[in-house]
Design a protein around this ligand. Sequence first.
Ligand SMILES: NC(=O)c1ccc[n+]([C@@H]2O[C@H](COP(=O)([O-])OP(=O)(O)OC[C@H]3O[C@@H](n4cnc5c(N)ncnc54)[C@H](OP(=O)(O)O)[C@@H]3O)[C@@H](O)[C@H]2O)c1
Length: 268
Amino acid sequence: MSEWKSKTVLITGASYGIGEAFAHRLARDGANLILTARSGDRLEALANELRTRHQIGITVIEADLSQSSAPQTLFEKTEAAGLQVDLLVNNAGFGLVGDFDNLPLDRQLEMIQVNVMALVALAHLYLQPMIRRRSGAILNLASTASFQGVPYFSVYAATKSFIMIFSEGLWAECQPLGVRVAALCPGATESNFQVVAGTENHSRPVKMQTPEEVVEVGLKALEDNCAVAVSGFNNRAMVFIERFVPRSFVTRLATKLYRPFSARSVAK
Ligand SMILES: NC(=O)c1ccc[n+]([C@@H]2O[C@H](COP(=O)([O-])OP(=O)(O)OC[C@H]3O[C@@H](n4cnc5c(N)ncnc54)[C@H](OP(=O)(O)O)[C@@H]3O)[C@@H](O)[C@H]2O)c1
């Protein structure tokens, strides 16, 4: 039996991709769900589908995490509804590819707000009751982009690096407190991410993973109390090999892969 049966799980970014796959998987496990994202209509449709299939409670809360007040408002809504969150899946996030100087600054700052600021705020808010209960878990969505700079994806990779380092530290802080924390690092995964980021036509050296495969790795990381879990054999191999080669070599390789996204290289 799943440890999440009859527990309450809050999933941010549950309207698409990996978040939606977490919702399906945890609903099958018998968890009660709190689903949040901006697309309320998609969340309602997902909630209706899951309610007909599983005997679970589902709460939908629309929230735009690019608003700095959104995490606090979300927390207050779950508190007011008497919902005790046992697992927080800090999944909402997006990327933008292109020349740093050409990408709109407001969108890049919004990315930092959603990927980093909202994630930290939600972890802070929901960790406190978990510590009081001496139980609970937080799963933060990082990326294989966490492990090195990624040219033309520079701000995105930096947000994911932050998430991984933050999660590693918090994992250790929470060890004596009965709360588990993990960073889940997928590589390229089939979802709406590539469309939003502008990377859907990117030729990749490795096959994309499915969101379902990524979800399994995330839940296993929590089960095994791992601080960081990389999803997929190829991605794990890549991250492992990177440790033994100079960072400048890795950056040059990443430049080669991502240069097609530079407007300057297209203009040449
Ligand atoms: N797919 C990949 O290749 C990949 C690889 C590594 C890591 N990741 C990470 O995995 C996580 C999930 O991505 P995904 O692949 O599932 O992408 P996705 O299909 O685009 O889903 C992203 C989710 O984040 C939500 N979101 C975006 N902006 C938001 C905002 N301002 N407020 C609230 N919610 C917001 C979206 O919901 P709404 O649009 O409805 O708000 C959506 O549910 C992200 O953190 C991403 O960085 C993805």
